[in-house]
Design a protein around this ligand. Structure first.
Ligand SMILES: Cc1cc2nc3c(=O)[nH]c(=O)nc-3n(C[C@H](O)[C@H](O)[C@H](O)COP(=O)(O)O)c2cc1C
Length: 268
């Protein structure tokens, strides 16, 4: 629900100009809100210099809103270092991920942008050994099934899937979750929403000392192959499993960034 504090509003029109959906118009020096045009992105609230606008209820909580100053941004060098020093971590130690560490990462998912502010992302978070082992066993069965079914159509992929399931069956090797203590699955209405959500959470992993993570495309495939698996974890059938993240603490240390190819750019 959109709420305007008329006492605070000075009719400056900043919110009206900022609304890309044209859901606000100025009438008699006050913004009038058209809910049918609004996608609840909150831009009006963020630009209001008088804290006169609230969005509350219907899943939103005005208490979430924090005041920020653009002057408190991290520096270019801090962000650059974070981007360049990120590694995919696949060796996790015994240290538990604390509730506080996990809470920051899950909060990041909430603030990831979604197309048309659809906010259709959904998470499955596995934090117990039993939960991980159960899902690992079921996923490996489905990975083997996909491997068998794709032997003719995609022999390379099939061989990879068969190898993963064989290593698990014969040696008990966890080549899916890498024994990470926490697995976060991202389900979404679109690949792009889900991928941005995952990347946003990854930023928060990188920001926390000692934590490491790895994207797991392979872990998503069983959910998309098998509707029963989604149902077993109460995931709506229409949501696509976009990717999962293996998360935990690592003893690995990195002393440098790695070389990468240039991204081809077309300049006009
Ligand atoms: C979309 C995506 C899916 C990935 N899926 C897996 C996966 O299933 N298993 C895995 O071990 N690594 C996976 N990775 C990690 C990549 O192998 C890794 O990002 C790449 O080798 C570059 O290494 P870096 O992340 O350490 O820079 C995935 C990465 C991305 C971006």
């Amino acid at each position: 629900m959109y709420i305007l504090d008329q006492e605070q509003c000075i009719g400056c029109g900043t919110c009206v100009a900022a609304c890309h959906n044209k859901a606000l118009e100025l009438s008699e020096n006050l913004p009038v809100h058209h809910a049918d045009k609004c996608n609840w992105c909150g831009h009006c609230l963020a630009v209001c210099p008088r804290d006169a606008i609230m969005i509350d209820g219907d899943g939103y909580n005005i208490e979430d809103v924090e005041e920020f100053s653009l002057l408190t941004r991290p520096t270019v060098q801090q962000i650059r270092r974070q981007i360049m020093m990120r590694r995919s971590v696949r060796t996790f130690n015994e240290e538990e991920v604390t509730d506080a560490e996990l809470a920051y990462i899950l909060e990041a998912a909430k603030y990831a942008p979604t197309a048309k502010n659809g906010q259709g992302n959904r998470l499955l978070v596995i934090t117990t050994k039993e939960g991980r082992e159960e899902l690992l066993a079921r996923s490996m069965e489905i990975i083997e099934q996909i491997g068998r079914e794709t032997a003719d159509s995609a022999p390379g992929l099939s061989a990879f899937f068969m190898m993963k399931s064989k290593m698990y069956k014969e040696l008990g090797e966890d080549g899916l979750f890498y024994q990470a203590p926490v697995i976060i699955y991202i389900f979404a209405d679109s690949d792009i929403d889900g991928a941005i959500c995952a990347a946003t959470m990854m930023n928060m992993v990188e920001a926390q000392q000692g934590l490491g993570a790895c994207y797991l495309q392979l872990a998503a495939d069983p959910f998309n192959k098998c509707p029963d698996l989604k149902a077993a974890y109460e995931i709506p059938a229409e949501k696509k499993c976009v990717i999962a993240i293996a998360l935990g603490h690592t003893d690995e240390e990195y002393f440098s960034s790695v070389p990468r190819k240039e991204v081809p750019i077309t300049w006009k």
